[in-house]
Write a protein that binds this ligand. Structure first.
Ligand SMILES: Cc1ncc(COP(=O)(O)O)c(C=O)c1O
Length: 401
């Protein structure tokens, strides 16, 4: 019926009609758009990429290589290698007194990215509200939408050093609120939370019977203050799933390794999705992660000291060229205020790229609350940071003329 004299008469189709509505409704990543603008340009300095400029420490790579030489190329348990989960349990007990059972309360994932996706899918029913605190990492809103939930935005501001206050959170809580996604130390602001403010948030969480998805991927990158995991607060352990990973602290972004720690019911539900979508995290990366936890502290601290040096330099640099910049206490991002120049974040970042060849990310990519700011990653060499400050200084001066 579809052929006439050997010619196919089946009608052509528009494949876009097969794309699910949920996918069509998620916003494109503003970061990606910016990297597209860069392609083809020369003499670019990038403060754009949110990943360490270090390569994975040699002793970690060496263990990965050895594991391949030994022929360790199989699947692992869906939960991850038992030795890795034991090591994670030991590490978190030692660091914070957190007592997670490696058999039922830890799941090894393909980066925090996967952990986030399956944590949200494991707890959110269609129509339920999830509070997303912004400015924040670009994946939170899409992951809630893809799970059928409704993201509700709560903004932080530089008046509070971008930390979350109970006053800001309270009005966003409704009878439909199921969970809240937190990210401290924060991408893009570098903000951390002090214990006192966290206790106020914890009270609200308990009063309103909420669940917390706490992305603590920058846990090890703090400067001065000590990180407090949300799950370490009294009564919060079973209400919180901590998402964490090796990408930032151990410069292991491409190895794609993360983990989640939480109550057995939550970890089991996440594993139920993980076993069908991912099966397990790559074994080579899991072997590397064991080595990172056992012997990686010194190298990790060396990288953190280097970020700290750059952090002081970049903050001083921005303030010296008239771009007000607070002191980020964690992660590896500075978040200078550019609103005083009269340009929007995206106009500023686009013109800076075109005219001075410096890549930064406009703050509004991380939510409306980021408008007026730029995210500048200082996971770049001191030399590049110095040059980019000089170029930005020239740019700001030229804007005044
Ligand atoms: C806050 C935050 N969470 C998660 C991720 C993704 O981490 P992973 O490489 O472990 O998937 C990033 C990456 O930039 C991030 O900034």
């Amino acid at each position: 019926m579809f052929f006439y004299r050997g010619v196919c008469l089946r009608p052509p189709c528009d494949p876009s009609k097969f794309v699910a509505e949920a996918v069509k409704s998620i916003p494109p990543s503003g970061i990606r758009r910016f990297f597209d603008l860069v392609s083809g340009l020369e003499d670019i300095i990038s403060l754009g990429v949110g990943e360490p400029d270090f390569i994975t420490p040699w002793h970690i790579r060496e263990m990965c290589i050895h594991s391949l030489e030994k022929g360790q190329t199989s699947y692992t348990s869906n939960y991850g290698l038992p030795e890795l989960r034991d090591e994670l349990a030991r590490t978190y007990y030692k660091r914070y007194g957190l007592d997670y059972d490696p058999a039922s309360e830890i799941l090894v994932t393909t980066g925090v990215s996967e952990a986030l996706d399956i944590a949200v899918r494991a707890v959110v029913n269609p129509g339920e509200e999830v509070i997303v605190v912004q400015p924040s990492y670009v994946a939170y809103v899409p992951s809630v939408i893809l799970a059928g939930g409704k993201p509700v935005i709560v903004s932080t501001s530089r008046d509070d050093d971008f930390s979350l206050t109970a006053e800001a959170l309270k009005p966003a809580i409704t009878s439909k609120t199921k969970a809240i996604i937190l990210n401290f130390p924060n991408n893009p602001t570098g903000a951390i939370m002090e214990q006192e403010g966290m206790e106020d948030i914890a009270d609200l969480v308990v009063e309103n019977d909420l669940f917390v998805i706490s992305d603590e991927v920058y846990e090890c990158l703090t400067y001065g203050g000590t990180h407090v995991p949300f799950s370490s607060l009294e009564g919060l352990k079973d209400r919180t799933v901590m998402l964490n990973g090796f990408s930032k602290a151990y410069a292991m972004t491409g190895l794609r390794l993360g983990f989640a720690m939480g109550a057995p019911d939550i970890i089991h539900s996440m594993m139920m999705i993980h076993q069908y979508s991912m099966l397990c995290a790559p074994i080579t990366a899991q072997v590397g992660a064991i080595e990172a936890l056992r012997n990686g502290k010194e190298e990790m601290e060396r990288m953190v000291r280097e970020y700290d040096r750059r952090r002081r330099f970049i903050v001083k640099g921005f303030n010296s060229i008239g771009l007000e910049c607070g002191n980020p206490k964690g992660a590896f991002y500075a978040f200078p205020y550019i609103g005083g120049t009269g340009l929007s974040s995206s106009d500023f970042a686009e013109r800076l790229l075109e005219e001075k060849k410096v890549v930064t990310i406009p703050g509004d990519v991380f939510g409306e609350a980021g408008e007026g700011f730029l995210r500048c990653a200082y996971a770049a060499s001191l030399d590049d940071i110095r040059k980019s400050i000089e170029r930005m200084g020239d740019f700001v001066e030229e804007l005044k003329q």
